[in-house]
Design a protein around this ligand. Structure first.
Ligand code: HEC
Ligand code: HEC
Ligand code: HEC
Length: 132
């Protein structure tokens, strides 16, 4: 009795292992985050390695920041954003974000394609011309 059920369990473990092996292998590749290029004329010229706000914060909150900017500009008529270090920026999707990140395709789009999000902003806002 004992012997049999143990063999069944070992057999099951081996079966599950063999069966899931290819998925385990490909999972790593499918989940690999895109490489984001920061190689743009403005970022290179500024010699900056920083975004407006902390990178980690930007990664998870840029959508909210942009939504807030839109409200500030369109509803409150305020166009000046002051960051944590007291630096001022024009609250503009195309003239601020995309001035630095002018490689939209290799930056914003690369990440959005990976995350399967498709912001509709560029139905109205002008995307930069592809700069190489
Ligand atoms: C002054 C140039 C500049 C401006 C303006 C700017 N960025 Fe950035 N941004 C950078 C740089 C440089 C990095 C890389 C920071 C790092 O690697 O730590 C970055 C990083 C990011 C990241 C994180 C990328 C990652 O590695 O996950 C996001 C998202 C982002 N920016 C979005 C935006 C958005 C949206 C705006 C406008 C609201 C904006 N940026 C404005 C220069 C800029
Ligand atoms: C590190 C990855 C990453 C980078 C780089 C990135 N995004 Fe995003 N973005 C996301 C993710 C993930 C979401 C969806 C978040 C959610 O649904 O909560 C998103 C959502 C958005 C949204 C909201 C879309 C909607 O319909 O609600 C906007 C706007 C946006 N991103 C703009 C930008 C812009 C502009 C850039 C380039 C300057 C950029 N993003 C770069 C990952 C990124
Ligand atoms: C239906 C057209 C339309 C769409 C779609 C749209 N916007 Fe706008 N947006 C406007 C108009 C019009 C203004 C006002 C322009 C001004 O006063 O400078 C504006 C202003 C803004 C501003 C402040 C001013 C500026 O130059 O950027 C931000 C930030 C902004 N929108 C972000 C977004 C984001 C992020 C998305 C996508 C999630 C988006 N918008 C989608 C039409 C649109």
């Amino acid at each position: 009795m004992m012997f049999n059920s143990r063999n069944i369990i070992i057999g099951l473990i081996i079966f599950v292992g063999i069966f899931t092996f290819p998925f385990v292998l490909s999972a790593g590749k499918a989940n690999e985050a895109p490489k984001l290029s920061l190689d743009t004329p403005v970022i290179n010229e500024l010699g900056t390695e920083e975004c407006l706000l902390d990178t980690e914060y930007m990664r998870s909150n840029h959508m909210q920041l942009l939504a807030d900017w839109k409200v500030e500009v369109v509803r409150n008529g305020n166009r000046v954003f002051v960051n944590d270090e007291g630096r001022e920026f024009n609250m503009s999707l195309q003239n601020t974000c995309l001035e630095c990140h002018s490689n939209k395709e290799e930056f914003c789009d690369a990440c959005h394609t990976y995350a399967e999000v498709d912001p509709n902003c560029w139905d109205c806002h002008v995307a930069p011309e592809v700069v190489k």
